[in-house]
Ligand binder design. Structure first.
Ligand SMILES: Cc1cc2nc3c(=O)[nH]c(=O)nc-3n(C[C@H](O)[C@H](O)[C@H](O)COP(=O)(O)OP(=O)(O)OC[C@H]3O[C@@H](n4cnc5c(N)ncnc54)[C@H](O)[C@@H]3O)c2cc1C
Length: 463
């Protein structure tokens, strides 16, 4: 069998799904190749949706959102078990997979299950699960193969006490003491989610800082919160050895000479592009040592008819941005209008409390020599925040002193990942401080923080 398509997309995660549907909407014949038995990619099976479902379950069962009102010992359910945490996962994931399958079908995107490899610049072989090999050709390709967890040799993963971020979803029991290795987005999310279950949590990060791409003031707020809820943060240190003993204890030694005993290690320090068995050598496309492919601003690789999108091209490695990259690649290939604005991609970190941002940070403004003024609102200053019992949370806006234009929005606290879209819309449309001063916001809402922060910036500005 040898079939020809306008576009072949490798991988059915967010980037692949969106690239394929976009090409189909332009009227092209599209094939998605997926090596798993089910579509969806990391987002559906081990990443975004499972971790956010787990977060929601933990926040509900632990009564976290009510603790500001009823005290730190408030709980909806005593003795939360690992099964309690998994219950909600199955129904959410099943539903999500159905939606993706339906979207692909409705748009006439064909799906082939098996491992895809390039055999030449326009040909792909697919090794199916039953051992059969099919061959396909196409005018254009989009590589959306994503990443897998990075598992270094000095970490003796056992899927029980020493796990990566995929395995944590099959947690058999709720640990008492946990070490989270990696202070990136995934590590911080899981550390704070497990802390909400009153587990003793330590975060280990090799760098001297957390979340390098986030505005420093927001990171300071986060660190203050982590310390306030007794999460230990070890910066600038590394794992030297990990040993598991018969009584189930895991002893971790650090490069600094310190050591600690825990019952669970979650290793969440980095991911690796899945490009090692893709036949890239057959077509002369190179991947770096982390398996990532370099692309231009239209997501073309060194071969112009082969695009790459999503986590396989590196930062920001989010489902949201992967989808847009996939859409952009398909539009570019078939000369459809496309105007993505990567500089206005919002970033969401679903820690507890959540963090979200769009536009420039203070550090970037300084680097670019932009004169700016800051306006800040604390959620506890809003009536809604008081009603919700919020002790933490802040919304920060940066405005250009010269043009009054909104340059960046940085939020930490309840609803941050939703609230940020107001700021995103205003920045995209070139809005100024005046918009927030003149506009009426619903009351009581957390969105009112925008007005408070704008007035704060207004008061600080000398006109
Ligand atoms: C724990 C965790 C939490 C996350 N939380 C968030 C979040 O809250 N918000 C957010 O926006 N993002 C989040 N992400 C990131 C998000 O999951 C990824 O950005 C997104 O899945 C990347 O999409 P993708 O399409 O590039 O790749 P993937 O989703 O990784 O999909 C790649 C697909 O390609 C397939 N494939 C690979 N090689 C081949 C081959 N040779 N042949 C055929 N098929 C192949 C794979 O089987 C897979 O299905 C999270 C990630 C993790 C791990």
């Amino acid at each position: 069998m040898n079939l020809h398509y306008d576009m072949i997309v490798i991988g059915s995660g967010p980037a692949g799904k969106r690239a394929a549907i976009q090409a189909a909407k332009i009227g092209k014949k599209v094939l998605v190749i997926e090596k798993n038995e089910i579509v969806g990619g990391v987002t559906v099976h081990t990443g975004t949706i499972p971790s956010k479902t787990l977060r929601e379950t933990v926040l509900f069962l632990s009564g976290w959102r009510q603790r500001g009102i009823y005290g730190r010992s408030y709980k909806v359910k005593d003795h939360i078990t690992a099964d309690d945490l998994k219950q909600r996962l199955h129904s959410t994931l099943g539903h999500e997979i159905e939606i993706i399958q339906h979207q692909l079908m409705r748009n006439n995107v064909e799906v082939e299950y098996g491992h895809a490899r390039f055999t030449d610049e326009h040909s792909i072989s697919v090794l199916q699960h039953d051992g059969l090999v099919n061959h396909f050709t196409a005018d254009y390709f989009v590589i959306c193969v994503g990443t897998r967890t990075y598992r270094p040799d000095n970490v003796p993963f056992d899927g029980d006490s020493i796990m990566d971020s995929d395995e944590i979803l099959s947690l058999k029991r709720i640990p008492k003491k946990m070490l989270v290795v990696g202070g990136g987005v995934i590590g911080i999310e899981y550390a704070t989610i497990f802390k909400a279950l009153d587990i003793e949590v330590t975060v280990l990060e090799t760098n001297d800082f957390l979340l390098g791409f986030v505005d420093r003031e927001i990171v300071d707020e986060l660190i203050h919160h982590l310390r306030d809820c007794n999460i230990q943060v070890r910066l600038g240190d590394k794992i030297s050895t990990i040993n598991k003993f018969d009584d189930g204890k895991v002893v971790v030694k650090f490069d600094s000479g310190k050591s600690m005993a825990v019952d669970t290690v979650l290793f969440a320090a980095g991911r690796q592009g899945v490009t090692d068995d893709l036949g890239l050598d057959q077509v002369g496309i190179e991947a770096d040592r982390r398996g990532r492919i370099t692309v231009n601003e239209d997501y073309q690789t060194s071969l112009p008819h082969v695009y790459a999108a999503g986590d396989v091209i590196g930062f920001p490695s989010l489902a949201s941005t992967s989808m847009e990259q996939g859409r952009h690649a398909a539009c570019h290939a078939f000369e459809a209008d496309v105007a993505s604005q990567p500089e206005l991609f919002p970033y969401g970190i679903y820690a507890v409390p959540e963090i979200s941002m769009v536009g420039l940070t203070e550090q970037e403004c300084n680097k670019r020599h932009i004169d700016y003024e800051v306006g800040i609102a604390r959620f506890r200053e809003t009536a809604r925040g008081q009603i919700m019992g919020l002790r933490e949370g802040m919304l920060k806006m940066l405005f250009s002193i010269e043009t009054q234009k909104l340059l960046g929005v940085h939020i930490i606290g309840e609803g941050a990942t939703e609230l940020v879209h107001i700021g995103q819309a205003v920045i995209s449309l070139g809005g100024t401080l005046d918009y927030f001063v003149q506009t009426v916001f619903n009351y009581p809402t957390l969105a009112e923080g925008y007005k408070i922060a704008a007035l704060d910036a207004y008061n600080r500005m000398t006109f």
